[in-house]
Design a binder for this molecule. Structure first.
Ligand SMILES: Nc1ncnc2c1ncn2[C@@H]1O[C@H](COP(=O)(O)OP(=O)(O)OP(=O)(O)O)[C@@H](O)[C@H]1O
Length: 301
């Protein structure tokens, strides 16, 4: 049996009277790729900062590789945190950053970094402060990949990257992960782009976890059913509805839970169309205002 990479229980962070992370429990298993997803301000960065010893929790227990991260240098050495707004010393070139990386990351692979510099067409000899936004993102991504840290966090560091560069990042990540398994946590809003990379999804909303599931289970775990409103209502009665749109006599309703062959047959008999819900659509339903509106309606009823 392998040990867990992260074990959090009742993890809480407050900023004054505001609770940014509200008593969350979760586990991160080693050698998997996790998506830490959620809307702006959900608490993702705050959680990652606690996991990497940059912030102290106000409550709860947190173990990273079996210890409290903030107080154990041997744990911190196993971590790599790449943020969107990564800062570097003013005089540094990208090459200086890569030259310093092995001091912090014992698994640093210089040959891999050199290959990535070419892939991203990064002018490594140029001062960091002269780099474009995308080039600066590439510096962070290269550090995150070539460090091969046992637990690597990418907190949306690839926002500045263009579509080609982002796909190079996803490809290199997957290739290298296959050869050098490690634990990777990605926080991103580009959910459709990373959906196939993720092995596990943790969805956070307003400081609380609302979904913590194997990505394979999430795929196909919700469906959209579309057709005449009366037939839809007959089909979705007693099923958990997580989204609803109506237009004239037509409706499109998203339901949670898998459909079995009998469900599919019934939908066909009623003349309804079924479509799988993508991870991004599911997250929009789970954290969007349409859910808030329908659940308020249910509470009032
Ligand atoms: N130093 C701080 N002081 C006060 N409030 C803070 C502080 N840092 C974060 N917050 C608040 O805590 C909440 C969680 O912030 P956090 O940065 O963790 O969100 P996030 O999920 O990473 O968001 P985004 O996707 O927009 O980056 C937000 O409401 C934010 O405004």
């Amino acid at each position: 049996m392998t040990d867990t990479a992260v074990q959090a229980s009742g993890l809480t962070k407050r900023y004054g009277a505001f609770t940014a992370v509200d008593g969350v429990d979760f586990t991160i298993e080693p050698n998997r790729i996790y998506g830490l997803l959620g809307r702006n301000g959900a608490g993702k960065t705050t959680i990652m900062q606690m996991l990497t010893g940059q912030l102290f929790p106000d409550d709860g227990t947190l173990q990273v590789f079996g210890r409290e991260p903030a107080e154990h240098a041997d744990v911190l050495r196993k971590l790599c945190f790449i943020a969107e707004s990564q800062r570097y010393p003013d005089m540094f070139t990208a090459a200086d950053v890569f030259a310093a990386a092995p001091w912090f990351h014992e698994n640093w692979d210089e040959a891999f970094a050199t290959r990535l510099i070419a892939d991203f067409r990064l002018p490594a000899k140029r001062r960091i402060k002269k780099l474009s936004r995308g080039q600066l993102s590439a510096v962070g991504v290269i550090v995150g990949l070539a460090s091969r840290a046992p637990l690597t966090f990418f907190d949306e560091p690839y926002l500045g990257l263009d579509a080609v560069a982002r796909h190079i990042f996803y490809d290199r990540l997957l290739e290298d992960y296959a050869e050098n398994p490690r634990t990777i946590v990605l926080s991103t809003h580009l959910i459709d782009e990373v959906a196939n990379l993720l092995e596990h999804v943790i969805l956070i909303d307003q400081g609380r976890i609302i979904l913590d599931r194997d990505a394979e289970e999430v795929r196909g775990s919700a469906s959209t059913v579309a057709g005449p409103t009366a037939a839809i209502e007959a089909f979705v009665a007693d099923r958990p509805v997580i989204g609803r749109q109506t237009l004239g006599g037509l409706a499109s309703v998203t339901i949670d839970g898998r459909l079995d062959p009998a469900d599919r047959q019934r939908a066909a008999e009623l003349g309804l169309e079924l479509a799988p819900v993508s991870l991004q659509q599911l997250i929009i339903h789970l954290t969007g205002d349409d859910l808030a509106a329908s659940s308020e309606g249910e509470e009032a009823a």
